[in-house]
Structure formats: structure tokens, C-alpha cells
Design a protein around this ligand. Sequence first.
Ligand SMILES: [Fe+2]
Ligand SMILES: [Fe+2]
Length: 179
Amino acid sequence: MNTASYTTEAIQDAIAQGAITEAYQADPQQVIVALNQLRATEVTSYLPYKQHASMAVSLFAPGLKDDFEAHATLELQHADVLAQRIQQLGGVPISSPVEIAAQAATVGVRPEQGPTRREMIIENLMLERQQVAAYTTFVRELGERDPTTRRLLLEILAETERHASERADYLKSTTDVRP
Ligand SMILES: [Fe+2]
Ligand SMILES: [Fe+2]
């Protein structure tokens, strides 16, 4: 490979910066902080969906159990997409449970638990809506300064809005059922 046309400094700079070029207009450190907060909301919402999947067995609602399971997996996929972008920007995805809970709370995401199927889904709806608000706020703040992060966030936001809408539709069509 002929790298003679590059100075040593340019090569070292390229290695250190990776995907970040002079055309990148956002502050990577600020984006990393925001992505870690959003990722914390995904890890935090994974847990109640998993818990609801376990509880749904005793509620004799196998379809709902599968839905909760599939949903839990999706939340982890969202967390992984964000972790990958954090790494590309030179950051480290946070992994301490205490820090994850604290970061999720900074953007208003605090999962609760409820005893009935309807209450579980109300909590899911609230949580999805908190995430919709957090993603929307950050996408607006970010603007066009980091197009790749923006696109990834918009994809997750669209799925999260779909989740919220599905929860709301379910709640409109059912009445409360005690287990
Ligand atoms: Fe999610
Ligand atoms: Fe979701």
C-alpha cells in the first residue's frame, strides 16, 4: 500500500479519529453522553418487558407473553445500535446497572411494575412515550450536525412510536383483567 502521499501526522490523526472527519459538526463527547442516556432507557425498558413476559404465563395469555418477549429483544437491539454508534464516536457504552438507572432517569425514564395485564401495558405505554419524548428532543437538538446518528435515532424513534401506538390501541380495545 502506498501511503507516501500522507504525512505521518495525517495518518496518526486518521487512526485516532476513525469515522470523525473535519466535516463532522457535532461535539462527539456531547453526542456520546446523549446516546448513553438513550441507551440506558433501552436497557431499562428491556427489564420490564422481560418481567412481563414471565408474568404473562400466569395470566393465561400466551400471545401476550410472545409479544413481551419479542419486545424485550427489540429493546436490546436498540441498545446495541446505540452502543455501536457510541463506540464509533470514540466513547464507551455505560454498563454499570446503577449508572444505567441514573442515566435513564435523567431523561425521565423510570420503569414501574403493575399487577394486572392492563397495568403492565399502561406502564409500557408510559415508558415508550417517555422514550419518544427523549429521542425527539435529542434529534431536534442534534439537527443535521451528525447525519448518521440522526438516521439511527430516527429509525429507533419510528419503532418506539409504533410501540407506543400499539400499546394505546390495545388499551383502547380492552378492559382491566386481574390475574
Ligand atoms: Fe426501544
Ligand atoms: Fe419499545
